[in-house]
Design a protein around this ligand. Structure first.
Ligand SMILES: Cc1ncc(COP(=O)(O)O)c(C=O)c1O
Length: 394
């Protein structure tokens, strides 16, 4: 057990990652009574977030994302109740904002002046925004040439120092962790347990939005594996508090070319085999050595869940399906949960009347190039209504 006043990311004895735990007297149904009447957002659940001085909260209005019942998608797949939690609605367009509002507030509490992260794009966009809001310096390391343009632009405009690393995300994370261990710079990757506390509110919101019902399955795209671990922690806390009497099965989805966790689980390997050169068009989950892998495997196994891999082609198909059937435009990594669901249905791994929630992790506009490449150029007409009518009737 370590004190909250320490800046520490890993256990000094075993090197494993740390997690935030709360006093037993908070883990009661009474705590949730305080949440009523507050708007749906990360900070609705303030009692179960590890911040002592609420006057310092750095917020951009994160959380409170919609949980869309997707009837058209559901009937296409022969499923009764499918929901998509649209995390693209967060202030910088991804679920990372839930973690950053807590992590950057924590940085202020600690009197930190500089924050840093390695990123496949969304973490840097989010950290840069929250650092700007808090008046902190921000350093972000990204894999050279492998970050979607929309995300890169975000980090730049928010004023972060953006550094491209000649290597992949795993290489960037390794050096930024080393940097933060020796310098007064606060690391805000998902090895920081405060960040995951913010992200666990996805589970709290789902519970609230379903009026206390618990999904049978929660399907999550997995990269560094922080988010699936955080969401599972959220559901476990609701369970410990006596607010729910069952837990969902956690389903982790990885891209075929970057699937160390899914391979471990699917193939029943004895040890995890990290992927040295991960590859996928879903750049946000192009990660070969997920730092949170142990927690994620724990979440999947403890929940009686499972993991699946999907091809890039399946990701793009799911992205289009979700947009054209439900009006929800997500980036490729965000569509991984939908692609995963389609595969689970094909393989008979979910039941027709299951209550299923897919987490759509990031907004589609972050990576428009990938979509543009798949469509022909729109037709051009003269500015003449007759020509237009002729075209429409053809
Ligand atoms: C859009 C999107 N989806 C999924 C993930 C994967 O989340 P995690 O690294 O917590 O597994 C990321 C991480 O960068 C992301 O940006």
């Amino acid at each position: 057990m370590y004190s909250p006043s320490e800046v520490i990311y890993r256990c000094r004895r075993c090197g494993d990652l740390l997690s935030v735990e709360y006093d037993a007297d908070l883990m009661r149904p009474e705590t949730a009574k305080k949440w009523r009447g507050r708007s749906l957002s990360v900070w609705r659940y303030a009692e179960l977030l590890p911040i002592s001085d609420r006057s310092k909260i750095v917020s951009l209005g994160e959380g409170g994302t919609s949980l869309n019942r997707c009837s058209r998608l559901g009937s296409e797949l022969g499923l009764k109740e499918v929901y998509v939690k649209n995390e693209g609605e967060n202030p910088t367009g991804s679920f990372k904002d839930r973690g950053m509002t807590v992590g950057v507030t924590r940085a202020l509490e600690l009197g930190i002046k500089i924050v840093a992260c390695a990123s496949t794009g969304n973490t840097s966009a989010s950290l840069a925004a929250y650092a700007a809001r808090a008046g902190l310096e921000c350093v972000v390391l990204i894999p050279s040439g492998k970050v979607a343009l929309g995300k890169l632009i975000q980090a730049m405009i928010y004023g972060a120092r953006v550094i491209q690393v000649k290597g992949n995300f795993d290489d960037a994370l390794k050096i930024v962790e080393e940097l933060c261990l020796t310098q007064p710079i606060y690391l805000l990757n998902s090895i920081n347990p405060y960040r995951l506390e913010g992200q666990k509110t996805i589970a709290f919101e789902i519970w609230d939005q379903l009026d206390g019902r618990v999904p049978d399955e929660v399907i999550v795209p997995v990269g560094n594996a922080g988010n699936i671990s955080a969401i599972w922690k959220g559901f476990r806390e609701l369970y410990s508090m006596g607010l729910i009497d069952k837990l969902p099965r956690m389903i982790g989805i990885q891209a075929e070319g970057a699937a160390p966790i899914a391979n471990l689980i699917k193939m029943g390997l004895k040890e995890i085999e990290f992927v040295e050169n991960p590859e996928t068009i879903a750049t946000a989950i192009r990660i070969g050595s997920p730092v949170n892998w142990k927690r994620a495997v724990g979440a999947i196994k403890d929940s009686n869940g499972f993991a699946e891999t999907i091809s890039d082609e399946e990701i793009l198909k799911a992205q289009r399906l979700l947009a054209s059937y439900e009006g929800i435009f997500v980036e490729p990594a965000g569509a991984a949960s939908i692609a995963g669901l389609i595969k689970l249905v094909k393989n008979g791994l979910v039941r027709q009347d299951d209550l299923i929630v897919c987490i759509a992790t990031g907004h589609g506009l972050k990576d428009p190039d990938i979509v543009l490449r798949q469509f022909p150029k729109p037709v051009e007409v003269e500015a003449d209504v007759n020509t237009l009518m002729k075209l429409l009737s053809s």
